[in-house]
Write a protein that binds this ligand. Structure first.
Ligand code: IVH
Length: 434
């Protein structure tokens, strides 16, 4: 019915016709907006959409008393941009299979040997890179110009964040001497230092603080308003390619060199390793360095160096056969402190101990952590029933780092040390200075 009405010249509309048509237009335009901005699947051409908006506006001008609360003209210009448009990756952005221990890494190398039918004495050289804890992006250059940039998305289709990526100083806008079509893939991240400074500024301004550098990088990059991204300190490490119009490297090492030569930041902690021993030595070396690196990493990535082998190995279920991620065990974890018990030492010292809901930290299941002493418990205000963050570094006894106060049960009560020794019943005394 409203199609007929839409054919009627606006001057000929009765107020009732106008009210009916404005209601239909509000509904239809909202639906087109939703399809365009949320689903990225517009049902009409831009011209038809503009015609609908124009008719809505003309009717409203003639019948201003009929302007609806949900009128599309209240949203003019600031179209309700609820998302990014989509970009289909020219080559899928693959993910990586995981290795958690030396055995998994050994099996990875054996699988490669078997697949390529290599002689036992033929070394399989891999490039060991740090696994940057950020967001992967794909940057597309045509004739040396950055033309588009996308998030990984589901690997096939990502979000178009070209405008945001163009604000990042470390990303070259133009490159010289590269293939006519070159897609560079890498990780966008925020350094630990930049993260701390951003959070301090956010807090001072009463704005949202981020939980970790990765969240801060993601929140900064996926801003519909690219001017916000421009003010955030984001960095890039490039480590792979997508579509390329001509091959330019015969090894992963050479590929990284070429990317660096074109001006892309490439992580300096890369090593060529000839066997599993070198791989694991390097893993230990980087894990020991981890806390001192200026950015977060969550493991290592091993890639077969030879490109001809990479091509032969191909991929299996969306992950390349020629690469694997070797994760570092998480050092911190969250769990519930079920009970605080008192441990009596050999010399009679009373130590409060957190009995935890078991959780894996740094590759080990932890169910108890030290609370050190009464002052520590008071300082952190640790209570039974609290959700706590625990930390395990190397071989030291796990510790309770902090309490997530928002998760505290209502009925919780502050903890006090017992007045008598739980073992011998004699009164517990706190000695001077203890
Ligand atoms: S290579 C086909 N190298 O880890 C190979 N990925 O768990 C594709 N990542 O989606 C990835 N550092 O976001 C590669 N040096 C590195 C990496 C790296 C971090 C991320 C990347 C990937 C995820 C897989």
């Amino acid at each position: 019915m409203h199609d007929d009405l839409r054919a009627t010249p606006v001057e000929d509309l009765t107020p009732l016709d106008a009210a009916v048509e404005l209601a239909a237009l509000a509904k239809d335009i909202a639906e087109h907006d939703r399809r365009y901005y949320q689903d990225d699947a517009p049902a009409v051409s831009d011209a038809d959409y503009d015609a609908l908006r124009h008719r809505n506006q003309v009717i409203e001008e003639r019948f201003p008393e009929l302007i609806r609360a949900d009128s599309p003209s209240n949203r003019v210009g600031a179209a309700p941009a609820q998302g990014f448009s989509k970009i289909l990756h020219a080559r899928p952005m693959l993910s990586l299979a995981n290795a958690f221990n030396a055995e998994d890494v050994t099996e990875f190398l054996q699988r490669i040997r078997r697949f390529l039918s290599l002689a036992d004495d033929e070394p399989v050289v891999v490039v060991a890179e740090t696994k940057i804890d950020g967001l992967s992006v794909s940057l597309r250059y045509v004739e040396g110009e950055l033309v588009s940039g996308a998030t990984r998305g589901d690997g096939e289709t990502g979000e178009d964040i070209t405008r945001n990526l163009k604000t990042i100083a470390e990303i070259p806008q133009t490159i010289v001497g590269a293939p006519a079509v070159l897609e560079v893939r890498g990780e966008i991240f925020m350094s630990k230092e930049d993260f701390a400074a951003l959070n301090a500024a956010q807090e001072a301004a009463g704005e949202k603080v981020f939980a970790n550098p990765r969240n801060a990088a993601a929140g900064s990059l996926r801003q519909l308003d690219a001017s916000i991204t421009a003010r955030r300190p984001l960095s890039l490490f490039a480590y792979a390619t997508g579509e390329v119009s001509e091959e330019f490297a015969d090894s992963q090492w050479g590929l990284l060199d070429a990317l660096a030569g074109w001006g892309f930041p490439v992580n300096p902690e890369r090593r060529r390793c000839a066997d599993v021993i070198e791989i694991l030595e390097n893993y230990d070396r980087i894990e020991a360095l981890r806390a001192d690196l200026p950015y977060d990493i969550d493991g290592m990535v091993y890639k077969v160096d030879r490109m001809d082998w990479q091509r032969r190995l191909g991929q299996v279920s969306r992950a390349p056969r020629w690469a694997i991620a070797h994760k570092f065990a998480a050092e911190k974890a969250q769990t519930v402190l079920e009970k605080i018990t008192i441990q009596v030492g050999r010399t009679g010292t009373l130590t409060p101990v957190a009995n935890l809901r078991p959780v894996t930290v740094g590759g080990v299941v932890v169910s108890r952590a030290t609370l050190h002493n009464e002052d520590e418990v008071a300082r952190k205000d640790v209570r039974e029933g609290d959700t706590v963050i625990i930390q395990r570094a190397g071989d030291v006894i796990p510790q309770v780092v902090s309490v997530i106060v928002e998760k505290r049960p209502r009925e919780s009560q502050a903890f006090h040390m017992p007045e008598v020794c739980p073992e011998c019943g004699s009164s517990a005394v706190r000695e001077e200075g203890e």
